[in-house]
Each structure stands twice: as C-alpha cells, then as structure tokens.
Write a protein of this length. Sequence first.
Lengths: 146, 385
Amino acid sequence: MFAWFGLVSFCPHTKVAGFAQHLKDGRLMGSRCDACGRVSFPPRADCPDCRGAEFTFTEYGGAGTVVTYTRIAAAPAGFEGRTPFTIGVVDLDEGGRLLAWCGETLPEAGLQIGQRVQVVPRLFEDCEEIKVHYTLEAPGTTWAKV
Amino acid sequence: MARVGIIGCGQTAFGRRSDATVQELAFEAWRAALADAGVEPDVVEATVVGSVPEYHKQRSLPGVIQEYLNLNPRPVWLTEAACASGSAALRTAWLEIAAGVHDVVAVIGCQKMTELETAEILALMGRVGDVQWESGFGTTFPGYYAMFARRHMHEFGTTSDQLAAVAVKNHHYGAANPKAMFRKEITVAKARASEEVSAPLSVYDCCANADGAACVILAGERAARAMGKDRVVWLDGMGCASDSMSVLRRTDLTGLPSARAAAAQAYAMAGVTAKDIQVADVHDCFTIAEIMAYEDLGFCGRGEGGPFIDARGSYIGGAHPVNLDGGLKAKGHPIGATGVSMTCEIVSQLRGECGPRQVPGASVGLTHNVGGIGQYCFVNVLRRD
C-alpha cells in the first residue's frame, strides 16, 4: 500500500504502510508511541527515544511554516515531464517536518521562508493507478477544495 | 597509539576517461604513489578501497582492484560513505596502522562515473535522499544544497554573486592544475548567466561527474623511519562524524553539524585551532558547500562565509587558502577518489611542490570531505615533518 505514496515509489514495504491509506482518505497522519507518547512526523514504527515497538497513527492538522524551498529544473527519472517544480520543507505546528511540492494556491513567485502554509492530501489525477501525495497550499485550503 | 604518516601519493588526471576501466585508473594512481614513495609493492601489507558501488558495472570492486594491482593474497575491502568514501578508506587504513595490525597500508580512492548511461544516472539521482519520505517528490543533490543556499541567503544575506565568486576562485586555481578537469578561468557574470539547475543554484554552482583515481601510502612512524623516509606528512588530527540521512531531521539548514563535530575532533587531536590551518581542501560539491565549510571549520564566523570570499580570504595570501587544486568544482568529482585526491593535494602543498598554486611555507593543512548532504563528514589535519 505504501507504493501509493509519491509519484515514484522506491519503498513499498514499511511498518507504517497505513499512512498511504489514510492519505488517500484525506488524512495526514503522524505516529504516537504507545509506550512513551512521543509523536513523530514522518511517522515511524520504532520509537527512537524508548525503543517501543507499538504505535498508533495520530491525525495532523497540517498547518506549518516554510523553512526553505527550491525550484528544480534538472529532474531525476520519472519527473522529467513535470519540470520545473517547486519543493518546500515545512515545520509542522504539531511537531516534525515535511517535504512536498507547492500546489496551485502557492505560486513559487510569491513563496517566502517563514510563510504560513497548509499541507493538503492529494491524489495524482493523471495517473491510472492509485498515487497519493500532499502539497503545500495557502492557509485555509482544504482537501475538498483542491 | 602509533603516529601515522603519508609516505607517497599519486593520482590520475580527473575527467572523462573513456579509454580505461576503473581498475586501470586505480593502477595509474598506484604506480604514481609507489614511485612517489620510493617503495616496492612488497612493503604494502594491505589495501583499502574507497568507492561508491552503484556507479560501476563490476560488482565488488575491491576484488578486481587487488587482483589487477597484483596484491593477492593481501587483505582488501571497500569502504562506502557516499562522496566521502575515499576519506573513509583513509581512516580505515589509519586505524589499521594505529592499532598495530599493519605497518604500511595503501589507500585507493576510485570512481568511473561515466560508465553509466544518462538514464541510469537520472535514476540514481532520484535516490540520493531518504527514499521513503523525500525521493517520491523528485528531490536531487543540487536540490538539497539549493535549499541550504536559500536558507543561508535568508538568515545571513548571502548572495548569488558570492556563490559565483567561489566558482571563480576554484576555476582560477584549477586552471593551473594539470590534473584538473576544467582548466579555464571564468567570471562572475559567466557563472551567473549559466542555466538554472535548482534555484538558486545554476550550472556553475555545481561540480561535475568525473572519472579518476587517487592513491596514498600510509606508514606507521617506526616503519617510515626504518625505511629512511624523511618527507613524511603526518595524519595528526583525524575527525569523523555523522548526521541524519533525511533533511527532515536536520537541526541546522545553514551548515553541517557533522563537519563542525569532525573539525572539533581533528583540531583537538592535532592540538591546533582553525587559525593554524594554512591551506585546506574542502568539499565544494556546490558553491554553497564551500561557503558553509568556511564557517563549519571556523575559518570565519557563522554567516560570514559570503564576506569571507568577497575579501579573498580563501585565496593565496588570504587567512585560509582553500581548494588551490581547483576543488571539486574545477578539478572534477569522481566521488570515491575525491577524499584521497584532497589528501594528495594537501601532502603536495605541505611538501612545497605546487608551483604557481603553492602556499609559501605551509606546514599545517586540512582536508574536509563530506558524504551526501553531510550524512558523513571526515576532517583531517595534516602536518609536515
């Protein structure tokens, strides 16, 4: 199921594969360690603090702040037809960090470090198979609106 | 712990080598290092090879190299730490001698990057980051360093002209290095006009894939003296640290914490501080990487890397001359060979052999070799006899 995540997938097998199903259903999930309560994004099965092996997905609101970004002109295999595209790194209000493409509501021309953004779950509509990801959008943008 | 020194070094010219296999490149460096050391192969007890295996059709490269160098049945293995694989090999050889297991060990760094088709390179390019959470968005090596550059510009006011000034310097010195891939001067205007790769980085902010090999021969102090070697360059400070694979776990996007940690170890072990470093070879895979290296190594303060290059602090005559061999930018970056080639350059500088690019009277030098986006960093302080 995790093969759904990302335009190109290198990593179909993981203990947090349920992340992709949640994303398809419009939910952005981090993980909470069942033993010590540590919350992680990206989610992880094995707690780096207490070494606990049990976790539960916990829903993220997805608001955050841009910490850096770039516009990629020279793209790797699988992304050639989409250049140039802009990716940003975002510090999430609820902890952890995420890297994603900038969506239509967040044009690169106006993008700034420190800008507030909303992470929105997305389906690749131009792919035949199920492919999910998330984009950075203007605050207030919801899953239903993109 | 035994003091360990370099008794000989050699390298191929860097660039496209469509005439040779990777083991043939390794042999060129090996032959040159033996001649430089003035020793025969029988004194070399073991070999360590630094290289990144994904680039070669040949699997398990050290086996082929050891055979081609005619060194069987002496021990050999590969070290891998991305673009710092050569320094990982050097450190492994140093450990073998310092631990008292061997007296003389050869280090081979080699890479033949042009063996791959463009499509294969583009596919590899897509797997440089964390493949689970980042690569699915099309991240690239220049992309990560571009994001460091963007953050550095935001926090410290660093400019694209300052990035270009690093490339201008490295091309200036590369033009005088017969081993360099690009041997021509450039201007800031030419660099700024080059095609965008990943904003704010353009073509002249990026080093080039290359083929090449480098070799150094290490000996313990007692063995070196017993062989009558009197122009040894000593590995007096050896630092090494790691950091997260994922940019999502980085605490700092304007420098490399692994470089600062490795530098602190190397300075402490050698009993020096940053101000004692008279010549350095640093990992300028991108121009921003050299700016960050100035700061991480303490050649200037945090955020002052841009003004440091503006003031020509890294030219001969400046406080800390850097990359007088042209750096990765102009010399070329055959990734496994790079750390060993940096070591060759500093050895040559400390012996006073560099002609027009020589720092007069240099006796203490440094290498700074980064793997990936700082997942690995090796900083070594070298001192001449």
